[in-house]
Ligand binder design. Sequence first.
Ligand code: PRP
Ligand code: URA
Length: 206
Amino acid sequence: MKPPVVLQHPLLAQALTRLRDKSTPRAEFRRLLLECGRFLACESTRSLETRRIRVQTPLATAPGVTLRRPVILVPVLRAGLSLLDPFREILPDAAIGFVGQRRNEETLLPETYLFKVPPSKAADVFVLDPMLATGGSAISTIQGLKDQGARRIQLVCLLAAPEGIEAVSRAHPDVAITTAALDRKLNQVGYIVPGLGDAGDRCFGT
Ligand code: PRP
Ligand code: URA
């Protein structure tokens, strides 16, 4: 099992604090998710492999690099959409796939209502979902990607519960997890504590 990467940065910590605050209005909540997403995008893409190339500057040839593989971004609807733009900013060529997962609030099991992802066998794939609670949605999304051939998958979230990290790591030990914070626990109804509440509802409405 790979330990999750938990980002440490004072500006990220400050933005997360405002996100957790229940009095933060929707417009600011969305803006803060973008802000946090920039840190997550920078950090989680650090491990992308490159290959060496040379370019011609106006004066000479210079050594450089280019990404070894294409990238596919997969936001998990709905809340994952909030992390898409910061990733697109630094990966403008990335293809984008969409997976719709709804968590059944009684069983806490994920229900997949959309799976539309470009062929991913040769790509580096980033699954984007701000909340990793029981891990059910992430596990099901990753399994769907593997079933269509994906081999290099990373999971990027904003808040993770220890239960979710454990479940994803057990089901998919090859998948690296990057998160902005590791919270205390899940409550009886599967919410992350202290968390920030329902990310999708706070972003888009109930
Ligand atoms: C939330 C969140 C994750 C999932 C996490 O989605 O965005 O996808 O719950 O919970 P889990 O780890 O226990 O599966 P939700 O079902 O609320 O849908 P939404 O994003 O459309 O609001
Ligand atoms: N989904 C959310 O949006 N928040 C949680 O705390 C758990 C799942």
